[in-house]
Design a protein around this ligand. Structure first.
Ligand SMILES: NC(=O)c1ccc[n+]([C@@H]2O[C@H](COP(=O)([O-])OP(=O)(O)OC[C@H]3O[C@@H](n4cnc5c(N)ncnc54)[C@H](OP(=O)(O)O)[C@@H]3O)[C@@H](O)[C@H]2O)c1
Length: 332
């Protein structure tokens, strides 16, 4: 049993930590909920008990064994080391430490052994990256992936609870024929989409796209893998979808790939397109698996394969993956 803290407990990811810790019977002795000043005194329920949210400060981590961070990159940069210095092990959902060579970047289905090589911090990868690597890794083991091209269809909750609310508010405004307010996104998201997630970098890619490139190489320990991503925000509340194209060293047939993926942990193959048997974000909402469908051999390349991947990014892309990391630690 551990004393656990959640920094960012009131956010889109933080709330899921509470629900998942309860439903998965994660062994918690005492749970501390931390957020900004704005949320101090707010009540959140955990295992039938009402817990009061406290302000995240330098002193929050005294006596805390395990701290989940989902309060944004700035707060991770400011407080994660303070938590480690207080004796906590931190599992961080932000991008602050992901590419630090001394910090393991873990997806348990792929590199759970890295969990034990930490210096106080374990990083949870980017949400779009996690669901992609869960599907890529078994195919890579079987046929060696040389190149990946991916386009994402990312839900508004990927931008936090305010992103979700913006889609709801704009949709309501549209129904009432009122003007739509654009607050946290670069453009109107209701009845629209944009190829713009996070900021643009000098090479013309966005930071989200480069996270998919760099984090995939680190998690899969494949520095030479060629990867290109286009990340798109779509008017969906929850669960990201991805169209993935791979080129392998050895030929992989669609049937081979289906068999491999069916046997792989954390994956559900849903691939019977005639009967609408393909994964959709609506159905992936609050599910723990990564769904793969539309698996087919690429007609433009003899060693190309293409498929469609859907997962709940607040679960597998964030809170669930972090909790699975903690479960590996707890089970030793
Ligand atoms: N959303 C996703 O799909 C997803 C997936 C993977 C990783 N992540 C990462 O997880 C982190 C949280 O994302 P989210 O989507 O949960 O965001 P969110 O819904 O905006 O929640 C942010 C959380 O951080 C807290 N916070 C903000 N400013 C703070 C401050 N100055 N001091 C203390 N706490 C503060 C908020 O508290 P208040 O409620 O008091 O403002 C809230 O609990 C981010 O680093 C994000 O990149 C998100």
């Amino acid at each position: 049993m551990k004393n656990v803290a959640i920094a960012g407990a009131t956010g889109a990811v933080g709330i899921e930590f509470l629900k998942l810790m309860e439903s998965r019977n994660f062994p918690v002795k005492k749970l501390k909920l931390l957020a900004s000043k704005r949320s101090v005194g707010k009540e959140l329920e955990f295992c039938g008990e009402k817990l009061i949210v406290e302000e995240l400060t330098e002193k929050s981590f005294q006596g805390v064994d395990l701290a989940f961070f989902s309060a944004g990159k700035g707060r991770s940069k400011e407080f994660v080391q303070k938590a480690v210095d207080s004796g906590s092990l931190v599992i961080d959902n932000s991008s602050a430490f992901r590419m630090d060579p001394n910090v393991p970047l873990v997806v348990p289905e792929i590199n759970k052994e890295m969990v034990f090589k930490h210096n106080g911090i374990i990083a949870n990868p980017n949400c779009s990256t996690i669901q992609m690597v869960v599907a890529l890794n078994p195919l890579h083991k079987a046929a060696t992936i040389r190149r990946v091209v991916v386009s994402t269809y990312q839900a508004t909750s990927g931008a936090g609870s305010k992103g979700m609310q913006e889609l709801i508010d704009q949709t309501k405004a549209w129904v009432k024929n009122e003007p739509m307010e654009v607050k946290s996104f670069p453009a109107q998201i209701a009845f629209n989409l944009f190829p713009h997630v996070d900021i643009f970098l000098e090479n013309g890619y966005t930071r989200e796209e480069m996270k998919m490139v760099n984090e995939t190489k680190k998690i899969m320990n494949s520095p030479d893998m060629k990867i290109s991503a286009t990340c798109v925000r779509v008017p969906i509340l929850r669960a990201h979808s991805e169209a993935v194209w791979i080129e392998t060293e050895d030929k992989l047939t669609a049937e081979n790939a289906r068999e491999i993926l069916r046997e792989s942990p954390g994956i559900v193959v849903k691939d019977d397109p005639v009967d609408r048997g393909y994964p959709m974000p609506w159905e992936a909402d609050k599910t723990i698996d990564t769904f793969v469908g539309r698996i087919r051999e690429d007609i433009s390349h003899p060693k190309g394969l293409t498929f469609w991947v859907v997962a709940d990014q607040l679960y597998k892309g964030a809170a669930l993956n972090s909790l699975q990391i903690a479960e590996v630690l707890v089970s030793g």
